[in-house]
Design a protein around this ligand. Structure first.
Ligand code: C5P
Length: 224
């Protein structure tokens, strides 16, 4: 029997990726954190495509896309993102990348570049993909779709502590403004905006633990 395709979309820091990873382990599925791919391209741009004003030169980035090879490697169950054979899993979580990723992700050239590979990974089934446009654009025929949301204060706390655990110490208000700014750009962009698919199950996990959110998702999957 073909294993399911599951799409998990939602706002920043609603726990999409860590929840998807645990569900993937429980159900024997592959997990793809699509946000990491956009972050990887942003990191590349910050290293290689800056203009004299210290802003990303988008034209230069578009011309360089074919030089970018993104690959996840499995290290003891943890997927590590490599860009052109370099481990960039830590670099993509830095505030500098977070501050620029939504600008990069709203570009058609960048989205087109990533779309085909995301879709081809799902062809055989057995995958859980998390992002912003998975249920609406990347995998509109997914077997199960979920849309995660939570209050901005709760999401700020989660991201703040996640960064601290990575050794990145930043200001809480700065974290909050980054989340608000990214959600705005992601929701208002022309191509593949962040929005709930009509047939997605919405979960507000403001007052749920990670385990409770996982149980809720699993109970929907068993029910359908
Ligand atoms: O999931 P994460 O917060 O790491 O995503 C970083 C950014 O990547 C988002 O704010 C959004 O701009 C972009 N993204 C996207 N489409 C996806 C996944 C992420 O535009 N499917």
């Amino acid at each position: 029997m073909k294993k399911p395709v599951i799409a998990i979309d939602g706002y920043s820091s609603t726990g999409k990726s860590s929840i998807s990873k645990i569900i993937a382990d429980k159900l024997g599925l592959i997990h793809l954190d699509t946000g990491a791919l956009y972050r990887g391209i942003t990191w590349f741009a910050l290293q290689n495509c800056m203009d004299a004003n210290d802003s990303i030169n988008l034209k230069e980035l578009f011309a360089s896309l074919d030089q970018i090879e993104l690959e996840f490697r499995n290290n003891d169950g943890e997927l590590i993102l490599y860009l052109n054979h370099i481990d960039i899993s830590k670099q993509i979580r830095t505030p500098e990348v977070s501050d620029n990723v939504s600008l990069v992700a709203k570009q058609k050239e960048v989205r087109d570049f990533l779309l085909t590979s995301q879709r081809s990974l799902a062809e055989k089934g057995g995958i859980i993909m998390d992002g912003r446009d998975i249920g609406t654009v990347v995998l509109p025929n997914a077997d199960y779709k979920f849309f995660l949301t939570a209050s901005i204060d709760e999401r700020t706390n989660r991201r703040y502590f996640e960064l601290a655990s990575l050794g990145i110490h930043t200001d809480r208000e700065q974290v909050k403004q980054n989340l608000i700014g990214r959600d705005k750009i992601d929701s208002e962009r022309e191509i593949a905006p962040l929005k709930q698919a009509e047939d997605a199950t919405v979960i507000d996990n403001t007052s749920l633990t990670k385990e409770e959110t996982i149980d809720l998702i699993l109970s929907h999957i068993k029910k359908i």
